[in-house]
Ligand binder design. Structure first.
Ligand SMILES: O=C(O)COP(=O)(O)O
Ligand SMILES: [Mg+2]
Length: 237
């Protein structure tokens, strides 16, 4: 674990569920206050989630960021509230893979529950009522990656991650990934954490991302996020 950072960090990118929220998805009010302190100090905060573009837009508005969001695990993103919606995932491949899964589990008497399919443009998300490892096994050989976020199972086009969307946003806004503190909690945050100048995780993180982080907070959920931010921007607090 690298507990120091040599370059100047001047921006933040953060996961939502499990990082700004608790396991019941209740948003942390201290994390919201912290993001407002950052944005009011001129430090942009990008919200990066597996959630849909419409839900992330409302969240960004209500928290008070500039509206730059990564959604559907990198399958969609938008710069600012008025930017174009960029869709970079192949929803057809994900839906086809989901049909294969539905068939497999139906034969075993299990019905998969989709999450907000009408608002998804790039990935497919469904309830964690089945074993993600079995899902991976059934879909091996397809062009689709299986992500278990701890909140849902997602099917995503191979090669698309929060990290790839993050790099595209950096290119578009003229910032280097090195300038960012990235904070996350789960498997779907690994590439983003690795691409950023300094990658931090909250204490409730999954084992795989813990290994990839520069900093592991001793605090959970929103308090862990605040701790990671205070570690990098001590003069703001
Ligand atoms: O959509 C999910 O499954 C989890 O969302 P997250 O990326 O904000 O943790
Ligand atoms: Mg998360």
């Amino acid at each position: 674990m690298n507990t120091s950072f040599s370059h100047t960090i001047s921006a933040v990118i953060t996961d939502l569920d499990g990082t700004l929220t608790d396991k019941r998805r209740r948003i942390s009010t201290v994390a919201v206050e912290c993001i407002r302190t950052l944005t009011d100090s001129g430090i942009p905060v990008i919200l990066a989630s597996g959630n849909t573009l419409c839900s992330m837009t409302i969240l960004a508005k209500m928290i008070g960021t500039d509206g730059t969001v990564i959604c559907e695990n990198g399958g969609t993103y938008r710069i600012g509230f008025d930017g174009d919606e960029c869709i970079i995932g192949d929803i057809t491949a994900c839906r086809n893979a989901f049909s294969v899964l539905q068939g497999y589990f139906k034969e075993r008497g299990e019905v998969l529950q989709l999450y907000s399919p009408e608002y998804r443009f790039a990935d497919v998300a469904f309830a964690r009522t089945v074993d993600p490892d079995i899902v991976r096994e059934v879909l091996s050989g397809t062009p689709v990656r299986v992500l278990d976020t701890g909140f849902a199972i997602h099917l995503q086009t191979e090669g698309i991650t929060k990290g790839t969307a993050f790099l595209q946003i950096c290119d578009a806004i003229g910032r280097k990934p090195d300038e960012f503190l990235a904070v996350g909690d789960s498997h779907n945050d690994i590439e983003m954490i690795q691409a950023a100048g300094y990658g931090a995780v909250v204490q409730n993180c999954s084992d795989d991302i813990c290994q990839a982080a520069d900093y592991v907070s001793g605090k959970k959920y929103g308090e862990g996020f605040v701790d990671a931010v205070q570690n990098v921007f001590p003069s703001l607090f």
